[in-house]
Design a protein around this ligand. Sequence first.
Ligand SMILES: NC(=O)c1ccc[n+]([C@@H]2O[C@H](COP(=O)([O-])OP(=O)(O)OC[C@H]3O[C@@H](n4cnc5c(N)ncnc54)[C@H](OP(=O)(O)O)[C@@H]3O)[C@@H](O)[C@H]2O)c1
Length: 355
Amino acid sequence: MMRIAVIGATGVVGRECLALLGDAAFPVDRVVPVASPRSAGRDLAAEFGLSRALDPVTTLDRLDPGEVDVAILCAGAELSRQAAERLAGAGVLVVDNSSAFRGRPDVPLVVPQVNGQVLRQRPPSGLVANPNCSTIQLVRALHPLHALAGLDRVVLATYQAASGGGVRGLAELAEASAAFLADPGRPPEEPGRFGQPLAFNLIPEIGPADVSGFSHEERKLVAESRRILGLPLLPLTATAVRVPVFHCHSEAVHVTLREPVTAAAVEDVLAAAPGLRVHRRGGGPGYPMPRTACVRPEDRALVHVGRVRVDPDDPRAVWLWIVADNLWVGAALNAVQAVGLAVGYGWLGGTSAAA
Ligand SMILES: NC(=O)c1ccc[n+]([C@@H]2O[C@H](COP(=O)([O-])OP(=O)(O)OC[C@H]3O[C@@H](n4cnc5c(N)ncnc54)[C@H](OP(=O)(O)O)[C@@H]3O)[C@@H](O)[C@H]2O)c1
């Protein structure tokens, strides 16, 4: 008997959690959607066209921790800091999508395909952290390359979609794009969810920069990747850019390995990794794109890699272009797969089926 609360169920990540729990590879008996008092009573199964029936939306203060086994938190770091430990203290396994606990040593930071073994036992804290969306797709591609030839250095730029800014970010991009097309001469809209106008623009700083000049998003990407890969000293540096794309994050990644490699060997090791699809030249354009790579459910569940090129001046250096659905691979699917892993390890839900 598995009862799961999705907290932040009306948001862009929460909604995908609800959909994925409907098809989970482990038995889910009840899903309790939780959101702010503004959303109380909404019937999300009907609104979102979901196949499984759901309780009406409830609020956090009405959620009885004794009635759920797992809570997937997708309502922002502030709410996670307020609610997660109280729920965990009441015996609920908390899987948190926010950045609130990602740096805490007693909270496993999990990407099932990379370091899933950290969930062999129930964490005593009762908390599991989901990494940042851009981190997950990066480490899922870097992990097999480390096994192939050892990672020496990673330099990347991200191209992050508006859905990373939640329901408000999506609405803001849609409205500002329509307004610009209706009147291209109008002054840019007031900075909103993204701090700068996003429509027909590029914003080369996501979140506040610290004294070093690196943004919060860039610092998270570096710290989380090193932790998940188990390489605390890995030289890794990034420029994170918000782009006017609705869904799917992309990354241009330059990886220096410890040994010389060929593009074919890199493609083969990536193609053999779970949940990774390599787009090769000759079969279509040879690269994934946000508009096309993450539409069908079977594609939304994958990390897509293309434009694999070995640097002609350095046979240890490889360029990759990585695209993944930030709402599935980068958040909801990773969280549901972490729950599936706990079920598979036998300490949650009393069965041995993994997602
Ligand atoms: N978007 C992404 O690509 C992504 C990727 C990885 C991780 N994350 C993380 O996932 C979390 C959710 O992000 P999102 O993009 O889905 O945000 P979002 O679309 O803005 O949704 C926020 C959700 O939080 C709920 N909420 C707000 N105040 C609440 C309260 N007091 N009690 C209960 N629920 C409350 C909202 O409910 P109402 O509708 O009732 O206001 C809504 O369901 C964040 O921590 C984010 O950092 C997001």
